[in-house]
Ligand binder design. Structure first.
Ligand SMILES: *Cc1c(COP(=O)(O)O)cnc(C)c1O
Length: 374
């Protein structure tokens, strides 16, 4: 039985996940010899192929080569990481920032550093896998509350008292596109003496008047820790944690995914800095928000889920139907993935459409026509 060839049980056909091997060119995707318009990237502002972002990375590679050679705590700590951390903290309105390898590394390390087996973690049932795994790794007692159910959360907070408690939530929920009520969560954190961790991976760069995301109005609150990624709206790679000086200082000592992992290439920090400058201008975020409004207006008769973000899922139901719909869209020239269980609950398979500032209005209108023909 201990043979690699029969180690895993086979996955039913409608559940098989595929790596597509697709080449991106801007908002287009070259797949099986065909050019498709990509409605499946988290590159919400089109920054991954913005000339200024490309140029920053190219110049850094020419000057410094590529790989960083070591962990940031050994010799991989390029000064640009500190510039990026200072600029992120200043823009987001926090005392301090720490940059880590990716959102997955960020959250698994962060919860492991913040919590131990004496800690209670209160976690929204739809939280991203990285938060779920981080909570598990920490050994904390985990209480999951029904998605966005603040009454249940409050009940759990009253039942499970203890010295150290953390409420954990996505900002924008990645498969539904809806958002957490950050102000209400923070109020509960204050009333029940808990810390609040918001992972706004999909909100930063896309929401709010300046793209500062869902925590814009409560930034620097002493109970709040915010996390986000450079892999989505910033079109780059890596992730960041925002909070008080004391918190970030403590994390530099304890964040295992920072300490025991090779630093990102300096070229990635150069790209992220260039992207941040473009995000701060605000025009791309405004363009994305216009595209979201246009899509929702054009598709108002379709079974869209209630989402005001760049993630616009269309509910289908059964796995096979979602796969068939995705295949037909592909024939029409659009790449829109079917999202199926276990990523989402049973019988809620859906098409997950993500919009970008880099799409044209004609591309968005074309997608809506193809959706209507399904
Ligand atoms: C995408 C995502 C992550 C992971 O970020 P990466 O930088 O892609 O590893 C973490 N949390 C949430 C909520 C996400 O949507």
């Amino acid at each position: 039985m201990s043979d690699s060839r029969n180690w895993f049980e086979s996955v039913p056909e409608a559940r098989v996940r595929r790596l597509h091997g697709a080449q991106r060119h801007g908002v287009c995707l070259q797949l099986d010899g065909r050019e498709l318009i990509n409605f499946a990237a988290n590159d919400y502002l089109g920054l991954s192929f913005h000339p200024a972002v490309q140029q920053a990375a190219i110049e850094s590679i020419k000057a410094q080569g590529f790989g960083s050679g070591a962990s940031r705590l050994i010799s991989g700590d390029d000064p640009q990481w500190h510039t990026l951390e200072m600029q992120m903290a200043a823009w987001k309105g926090y005392q301090a920032c720490l940059v880590v390898g990716s959102g997955m590394l960020c959250n698994t390390g962060l919860l492991q550093a913040l919590a131990d087996r004496h800690t209670h973690i209160f976690s929204d049932k739809l939280n991203h896998a990285s938060l779920v795994d981080g909570a598990r790794l920490s050994g904390a007692v985990v209480h999951r509350y029904a998605h966005a159910d603040l009454q249940q959360l409050e009940k759990l907070l009253m039942q499970h008292t203890g010295r150290r408690r953390i409420i954990v939530s996505d900002g924008v929920f990645s498969m539904d596109g809806d958002t957490a009520d950050v102000a209400a969560l923070l109020k509960l954190a204050e009333m029940h003496d808990a810390l609040l961790l918001i992972d706004d991976a999909h909100g930063i760069g896309t929401l709010g008047s300046q793209g500062k995301g869902l925590c814009a109005d409560v930034a620097a609150h002493p109970r709040l820790v915010e996390a986000g990624t450079f892999g989505k709206a910033f079109g780059s790679y890596g992730a960041f944690i925002l909070g008080s000086h004391e918190l970030i200082d403590g994390l530099r000592q304890r964040l295992r995914t920072l300490i025991y992992s090779t630093a990102l290439p300096a070229a990635v920090s150069a790209a992220s800095l260039a992207a941040l400058a473009l995000v701060r201008e605000g025009a791309l975020t405004a363009q994305l928000q216009r595209h979201v409004a246009l899509f929702r207006e054009l598709a108002s008769d379709l079974p869209l889920m209630s989402s005001a973000t760049a993630i616009q899922p269309l509910m289908v139901g059964e796995d096979a139907d979602a796969l068939a719909a995705s295949a037909r869209l592909r024939e029409a020239g659009y790449f829109v993935p079917a999202i199926r269980p276990p990523t989402v609950p049973e019988h809620t398979a859906r098409l997950r459409i993500t919009l970008s500032a880099a799409h044209t209005q004609a591309q968005i209108a074309g997608l809506v026509r193809a959706l209507r023909e399904l």
